[in-house]
Design a protein around this ligand. Sequence first.
Ligand code: WTA
Length: 654
Amino acid sequence: MSIDPQDIETHSHESRWFEPSPEFVAKARVRSAEEYEKLYRESLDSPETFWKRETGDLVFRSPWKELVEWKLPHARWFEGATLNASESCLDRHLSTDRKDAPALIWESEPGETRRMTYGELHQKVVELAAALRGLGVKKGDRVAIYMGMVPEVVVAMLAAARIGAPHTVVFGGFAAESLRDRINDCAAKVVLTQDGAYRRGGVVPLKATVDRAVEATPSVEKVVVFRRLGQSVLPIEMKEGRDLDWDALVKQADPEAGAPESVDAEHPLFILYTSGSTGKPKGVLHTTAGYLVGAHVSTKYVFDLRDSDVYWCTADVGWVTGHSYLVYGPLSNGATCLMYEGAPNHPDWGRFWQIIEKHKVTILYTAPTAIRAFIRQGTDWPKKSDLSSLRLLGSVGEPINPEAWVWYHTNIGQGRCPVVDTWWQTETGSILLTTLPGAHKMRPGSTGLPFFGVVPEIVNKAGEPVGREKGGLLILRRPWPSILRTVWGDDERFRKQYFSEIQGAYFTGDGARQDKDGYFHVVGRIDDVLNVSGHRIGTAEIESALVSHPSVAEAAAVGRPDELKGQALVVFVTLKPNNEPNEAMKKALTEHVAQEIGKFARPDAVRFAESLPKTRSGKIMRRLLKDVAAGRESTGDTSTLEDYSVIARLREED
Ligand code: WTA
């Protein structure tokens, strides 16, 4: 832990309450705090009744025998049930009028629109599932997906799920090295990719990155390439015997072979890599029934989804938000989802608002970092578009500062739309803290209350509750359906990372407090994980990328508060002898990190140091470096610092 829980802020800057409008409340599923309370109590006191009712619309081929088994740290949910996640997301809608309703409305960056009904999406998933089977992909085999934001990435995920092959989606911003590590960690058999994607007017060469990654991935047998751009826009090379054209492959497949595989409740659905406080990214494992239930039920209540909604989650499918709230949650609810390929500022900062007007978006779910970027561009941009279709707004991924919340509520929601500030993690699979939009008043900067079945607590390092208005560690006492099951291939790390800090509970890595009204305020990570523009980055990953550069002797990465990004990434580097600490070196190191991890992980500042502050036992004192990066005095204990002059020299170089 690099932050002492006692240092967590204990007061609110914002004490105003905002109420949902009577019109919103009148149509909501849950209409009052009392109704929420009743359901919440039921979810804890009579969980069988609660989950049976709330999962009634999902497709279980056989019912579960045991709701939950909790043998710390392993939870098992819905044991005895068999199902296929793609049936709940697709097949179940075919016998209703949702069959001809759009499942996806896709807006490309250059501005064209594609619509895909549930019937069409189902068809495409069946075909690809059959094609994957034809390639020899079997239940349990891993399928890696490295694609941009195109409907085919949804097809890819659901096709893998359909044949019981866990998918691992790797965000298209990751570099070849990172992609390779992930493929190798889970030994994926097939990679699904596309030639390239449009991004901010340029082209991202995804296939070329896959080519570099699979030079050293012994498990990969085939690479299937979707042609998003075509040879004339982005020529790609196809390697004979390994690379296959998506369309050609699907055409040859026998759709009869696309039937859903029935799997057990605890069969792995996907692995998603995320940064931890130490070492390499961890493969967070989610299993079929629990995850699907978590995504399904939370989407239904938190976004209060209706068939008439056009729901837009702006997250990339490569992150967990894209998994739960672009794919599994909304599709299992039969929602119409908007999916946008490109950047929020292409061709200008009005793009999001034009998309909302064009497609009559009713629900927008986005990240504080985007909201803060929009604030900088001024209110003229949203004013140019008609935003009257919007009825609900959501925020996710990092703490939203009250000012940004109020701006969002006023300028985008036009005072009419409730804002749900949803707290959760890759590991939690679905939203755990939030307000329900028709039931609760909102306090800017606070995520609100526990979702059904969730028992959060704020404790000190000894695991004792700290009470209201006091900072502490956010833990969860009981398992919820979509809790991660393990870290792929490393159960010991799973135990250590999440269950060793506080006895008998899941430790989130976040610091938080509960205000006098019981609302939770999550202030952010207290471990060595950074949240830069809503992207989770482990300091250890950045450091290991830096020390892999031939000029670097030692490196430490820390976060610095940043108005736009939430946190900015600052790295302190000690060079090997005979290397010049100059601007060219800064640039080279920045590029090196982009090469090793991805452009989104580029340091915002590189600072050279003759040596790094260490404890007598040789541990880098990140806390002090954070103070230096933020330009503030260190108030904490420095008695373990080995050499005081190191800090003084670092400050002088500022
Ligand atoms: C942070 C993203 C405050 C938190 C879904 C968490 C938040 C980490 C919020 C998980 C929120 C997410 N308010 N902080 N509403 N939502 N976080 O795994 O620090 O990419 O631990 O999952 O983001 O990031 P991850």
